[in-house]
Design a protein around this ligand. Structure first.
Ligand code: NAP
Length: 300
């Protein structure tokens, strides 16, 4: 079977691309390795998406996915191992025995949370280290937790946790936060959040296979029930690292049509090298790429 378009990743960018592509008559397949909606599922509140005054990220993701299903877009839960070019077609490879040919590809695989890289960290994810306050915050009701990072994610999730937990430490490596003013003002009103500036977590200590404490700047230990890490993201582009479409940090380079330097391969959303990473801009890029994929096919 040969597709007009394969979309890899079903976050807001990929789903929007699928909606536009299907409505323009393309034969589309969407591939997603886990949950439709991507990182949107982990956002507490979205209050800047037109048409939705205030909605949880997971509800918005659900609505987007419902719209995709109502258009009868073909989708599968699969992890793409590699994309290669074969003659005029793109070959999207799941395994030696499973692959799909397509005229065009839209890559929309997003980013995954960055790790601190400390001893014990990997084994303690799910045992007192988390990247999702919305998913795990309720487990730490009335307990002391810490958040590491100083960006929008760290601050908005610390605010969320302050409504559940007894106390929230924010550990930030600089002397100033980089989060938006609106969030910082909201943070200032919380009396159970303490910000520890100019500080790095240098060790994570465990007891009975769970986190016990963190060590700050090789000196002070703080006992915590959970550490929430919000220190940025790593783009999920290793499956296209032989295509020569990435920058030095692994983000995909695109032109104003969201097309890479390979004709017929587009990229959208958080895996693109750009300045603004917002749900609405990701959706816009999905629409742009789908329309240009359609034009590419017409022009063949
Ligand atoms: P981010 O803006 O990249 O911030 C990451 C934070 O982690 C920075 O404060 C950074 O410190 C710190 N950090 C990075 N590596 C670290 C390390 N190894 N150890 C300790 N700290 C480390 O990431 P983000 O906050 O997740 O935001 C990502 C994007 O999503 C942004 O564009 C953001 O605006 C957007 N976003 C928006 C909202 C919203 O409500 N509008 C909510 C969430 C996210 P430095 O400051 O020293 O670099």
């Amino acid at each position: 079977m040969k597709y007009d378009l394969i979309i890899v990743g079903m976050g807001p960018a990929g789903i929007t691309a699928a909606i536009y592509a299907k409505r323009s008559g393309l034969n589309v397949l969407c591939l997603e390795k886990s949950m439709p909606g991507g990182l949107l599922n982990y956002i507490d509140n979205v209050d800047n998406f037109p048409g939705e005054t205030n909605i949880s990220g997971s509800d918005l993701a659900f609505k987007m996915f419902e719209q995709l299903k109502s258009l009868e877009v073909d989708y599968k839960t699969k992890t793409v191992e590699r994309i290669i070019i074969e003659n005029d077609l793109k070959k999207v490879i799941i395994s030696d025995d499973e692959y799909y040919y397509t005229k065009t590809v839209i890559i929309a695989t997003g980013r995954s949370p960055k790790k601190l890289g400390l001893e014990n960290e990997k084994e303690l994810y799910g045992k007192g280290i988390s990247t999702c306050a919305i998913c795990d915050g309720a487990l730490y009701k009335d307990k002391v937790v810490a958040v590491v990072g100083g960006g929008n994610s760290a601050i908005s999730e610390a605010i969320y946790l302050s409504n559940i937990c007894e106390k929230v430490y924010i550990i930030h490596r600089r002397d100033a936060l980089r989060a938006d003013d609106k969030l910082v003002k909201c943070l200032d009103k919380k009396n159970n959040i303490e910000i520890i500036y100019n500080s790095n977590i240098t060790a994570i200590d465990k007891e009975n296979d769970r986190i016990k404490s963190i060590t700050i700047n090789d000196k002070n230990k703080i006992d915590i029930a959970c550490l929430f890490t919000y220190i940025g993201f790593v783009p999920m582009t290793s499956f296209v690292n032989t295509l020569n479409i990435l920058d030095e940090n692994g983000y995909i380079l695109v032109d104003c049509n969201n097309e890479t330097n390979i004709k017929g391969i587009f990229a959208v959303g958080d895996i693109v090298k750009k300045d603004i990473y917002q749900i609405i801009t990701s959706c816009g890029e999905g629409a742009i790429a789908a329309i240009n994929a359609s034009k590419y096919i017409e022009g063949e």
